[in-house]
Design a protein around this ligand. Structure first.
Ligand code: NAP
Ligand code: GLV
Length: 308
């Protein structure tokens, strides 16, 4: 059946995506969106402008080329369109390797050893006890579950927090607001893999981070607006937190004057912990689009009311 797909993704080179989508869906007409373009059936998007949806009210499906839909859900969406996000698509293993390297780097004092070596010093520090280094993973979805299991494979004690109950081998489960404080008080390292929703915005703040075991370490790989920047800085300066690895920021790129750039206890990366892999993503989108066309249900549908 003929269908038209429109592509509208900021900060994304369109040509390879258009070529890949055309190859995967030869029966479809795939076009780069331009203002005033004729109506399409489906859209492949990343952070489009409101004008895009205002001009495409007939869309049946919107495919987000990322896992997080927070930017998308700020817009007025076409009333009949289902929103489909990427599920894993090669991101889970990237996230697991990124988080494990940050946890291991802190656990094994590798930053300190690297500084000593640069200074020509051959020094040993006492090994930390693994049992003393429980890691709490906030969000046990597609990415959080993979991260929690990778950490468990390194034999760290792992706590997991989610909205609904999850049973994962090697992960101590904590559920909902009722168990949130217990989860925090049982964790020394906190990994954030929650979606950004009204409920989770600013969730990494003075009160919550202050509940971590002393010498805590924060790894934020979800969204910058989960973290209250000033609260993190205050807890690092007070010594309650030992450090942080941050991949996401309230404003991206991180403004040049932001204190995170130069803080000695903060490691930053430019929103790169889990990249969208084009070929895998196109294959996933094409498969789900064809299933929708056949009237079948697909996984990864966003619950717009819930916010993820
Ligand atoms: P997901 O599969 O939707 O998982 C979300 C998890 O968060 C679920 O376990 C959910 O609980 C839990 N959750 C949601 N709201 C909660 C609340 N109020 N309280 C407790 N738990 C809550 O999402 P995902 O694919 O793992 O992705 C997670 C996020 O990672 C994305 O939204 C995106 O922001 C971020 N991300 C970042 C990068 C990067 O490069 N830095 C790359 C990809 C994704 P239930 O299981 O009970 O529903
Ligand atoms: C990246 O941040 C994503 O949501 O996929």
């Amino acid at each position: 059946m003929f269908m038209k797909i429109t592509f509208c993704c900021i900060n994304t080179k369109p040509e390879p995506w258009l070529a890949g989508l055309r190859a995967a869906l030869p029966q479809a007409q795939v076009e780069l969106w331009q203002a005033g373009a004729s109506p399409a059936d489906y859209a492949v998007v990343w952070a489009p402008q409101q004008q895009f949806f205002d001009q495409q009210p007939q869309l049946k499906g919107i495919f987000n080329i990322g896992a997080g839909v927070d930017a998308l859900l700020k817009l007025r969406l076409p009333p009949r369109a289902v929103v489909v996000r990427l599920e894993d698509a090669g991101m889970a293993v990237q996230m697991a390797e990124y988080v494990c390297q940050a946890v291991v780097r802190q656990f094994r004092d590798l930053e300190t050893y690297a500084a000593d070596v640069r200074a020509g010093q051959w020094t040993f520090y006492p090994p930390r006890q693994r049992d003393d280094f429980p890691v709490g993973v906030m969000g046990l979805g597609v990415l959080g579950a993979r991260v929690a299991q990778a950490l468990s494979a390194f034999e760290f004690p792992v706590n997991g927090w989610s909205r609904t109950a999850k049973a994962l081998h090697g992960v101590r489960p904590f559920v909902g607001t009722a168990q949130f404080h217990d989860f925090l008080a049982s964790s020394r390292v906190l990994v954030n893999l929650l979606p950004l929703t009204p409920e989770t915005s600013n969730i990494l703040n003075c009160d919550t981070l202050g509940r971590l075991l002393p010498g805590g370490y924060v790894i934020n790989v979800a969204r910058g607006a989960h973290l209250v920047d000033e609260d993190l800085l205050a807890l690092l300066d007070s010594g309650h937190l030992a450090g942080a690895t941050l991949d996401v920021f309230r404003t991206e790129p991180l403004p040049p004057a932001h204190p995170f750039w130069r803080h000695p206890k903060i490691t930053i990366t430019p929103h790169t912990s889990a990249r969208t892999l084009r070929e895998t993503s196109i294959a996933q989108i094409a498969g789900k689009l064809m299933a929708l066309q056949r009237g079948e249900s697909v996984a990864g549908l966003v619950d717009v009311g819930r916010g993820y």
